[in-house]
Design a protein around this ligand. Structure first.
Ligand code: NDP
Length: 487
């Protein structure tokens, strides 16, 4: 045992015996004064923090973002200047399953990216889909409840999912992606990432463009059928964690082409779709992808809990040159994600190594549980002050954004076409992909009441009559759609 460090308590006192509790005589009882035993048991009881309500099961790795194209006319963000390399962290996850759930399940995948820029942490908390199930944050708790367990049966409920989806036509686009071949990726390396929301780029002249972020896998898209995944899960519940960890360990670093779509600020209002609607894409023919760099993952975390479980990413985290947009879902997530971390990890989560900005950080926040940071200037603990404390810097102010309208609760379904882009997606699928889509829908609708199925078939019909016919055939239902025009 020579040359090995001495085991200590948390307070640093050396431990003489880590095998035997202190007892009164060889058969016990155990003495209350065995503080080493008490500390070990008490610590063990506190090893878990609340798991994420959504995206509980995930994997993470560090890497590098390298910029290969000059886009300074769109953004002044330091991390996006030609030739710049920035340290990155990516957490990939499923949405619905708990922390011990199998990786190879049909689900959306989270694609939560952090760039440790020299102007602060910039997070893009995206998914492997360009759109989402809802477009108003008011519906987020309701939607997530349908993905989680039924309160009485403690089972996931296909009825709840399809009931909600069929009553929320804005979900159709995302439901179609989920039920398509891409709803069950073979690994985290073989999927695209999308920032999904519309953000803004701001250049050095203070001009704003709207932007969408895309990360295209350089490993190629690879998916499993339900049957293939069932076989995998029977043997290994950690397929995606294993694949990501092992590929990085052997030096086979996953990479994504970083692309953007850029829209002039004045284009808003020119299209049939609202560019801030999270259930819509910007068609590539309107806004072609501009390739601007490469994201590479090349380092596994040293400690899963410390770095992946406690990672606290949030779309609130932006840097000069990147801004938010009027997207209602983005606005809800700016609050919701940061709040989730305050509850789950704590008010000082940003002091943990995975969350701490790599650039200097100067705030007037004080105290709170697990505070590590000290104030190097103890007299400047409020603002304004006369003691040299940090001050605001007007040069990073965003240009004003013109908004108008009465404050009200506007019906987001009024006159909103939820079918056209779903139909476009359906029409670009091959026959094999369409058959998979129909089969996956049939499997996912097992046990759902006919009334709900028929309501959903009507949505499929509005997207494309062949979509409805194929799904109805797979389900063995003689469905007569109402011949109404798409709204
Ligand atoms: P394009 O033909 O230019 O693009 C089609 C896009 O669809 C490609 O990005 C492709 O990704 C992606 N795709 C193909 N199969 C699937 C699938 N099963 N699930 C999800 N994405 C898939 O057409 P448009 O830009 O006009 O868009 C048409 C439809 O494509 C949209 O309504 C939308 O459903 C879907 N789409 C569009 C995206 C966009 O940003 N415009 C992004 C992703 C999907 P890849 O290149 O990696 O094969």
């Amino acid at each position: 045992m020579k040359d090995r460090p001495t085991l200590t308590t948390s307070s640093g006192a050396p431990i003489a015996d880590n095998q035997n509790s202190m007892t009164a005589g060889p058969f016990g009882p155990v003495l209350m004064q065995d503080f080493h035993l008490l500390e070990k048991l008490a610590h063990q009881n506190r090893e878990r923090i609340p798991e994420r309500t959504v995206h509980a099961k995930g994997s993470g790795a560090y890497g590098t973002l390298t910029i290969t194209k000059d886009i300074s006319r769109y953004t002044k963000a330091s991390a996006l200047q030609l030739g710049k390399k920035t340290e990155a962290f990516l957490r990939l996850s499923t949405v619905a399953g708990e922390r011990g759930a199998a990786d190879a399940e049909r689900d959306v995948r989270g694609f939560a990216l952090r760039f440790y820029t020299d102007e602060g942490n910039w997070d893009i908390v995206g998914n492997n889909t360009p759109v989402f199930f809802i477009r108003d944050g008011l519906k987020f708790p309701d939607f997530i409840h349908t993905q989680k367990r039924h309160p009485r049966t403690n089972l996931r409920s296909a009825t709840a999912m399809w009931d909600f989806w069929s009553l929320s036509p804005e979900s159709l686009h995302q439901v179609t992606i989920l039920m398509s071949d891409r709803g069950l990726p073979q690994s985290y390396r073989h999927l695209n990432g999308y920032g999904s929301h519309t953000y803004s780029f701001i250049n050095a002249e203070g001009e704003r463009h709207w932007v969408k972020f895309h990360f295209k896998t350089m490993q190629g898209i690879r998916n499993w059928t339900n049957a293939e995944a069932a076989e995998k899960v029977a043997q290994d519940r950690e397929t995606h964690q294993r694949d990501l960890y092992e590929s990085i360990e052997r030096g086979d670093f996953p990479r994504w082409r970083f692309c953007v779509q850029v829209m002039p600020e004045s284009d808003v209002g020119k299209h049939w779709y609202n560019p801030f609607d999270l259930t819509k894409v910007w068609p590539h023919k309107d806004y072609p992808l501009i390739e601007i760099g490469v994201l590479e993952l090349n380092r596994n975390p040293e400690n899963y809990f410390a770095e992946v479980e406690q990672a606290a990413l949030s779309p609130a985290n932006i840097v000069p040159g990147i801004g938010h947009s009027p997207d209602k879902m983005l606005q809800a997530r700016i609050y919701s994600y940061a709040d989730a971390h305050r509850y789950r990890v704590g008010i000082n989560a940003d002091q943990l190594p995975v969350n701490k900005p790599r650039c200097p950080m100067h705030t007037y926040h004080a105290d709170g549980a697990m505070r590590l940071a000290t104030n190097p200037n103890p007299d400047a603990y409020y603002e304004p002050n006369s003691f040299g404390g940090p001050v605001e810097n007007a040069s990073v102010k965003e240009p004003p954004l013109k908004l108008s309208g009465n404050a009200d609760r506007y019906n987001h379904r009024d006159g909103n076409d939820d079918y056209r882009q779903t139909g476009d997606l359906f029409r670009l699928m091959t026959n094999v992909q369409r058959e998979q889509l129909f089969g996956n829908i049939k499997a996912a609708m097992e046990g759902v009441p006919l009334e709900i199925i028929e309501r959903q078939l009507q949505h499929f019909f509005r997207a494309d009559p062949a979509y409805c016919a194929g799904a109805a055939k797979a389900l063995g239902i003689d469905f007569r759609p109402q011949m109404v025009a798409a709204e």
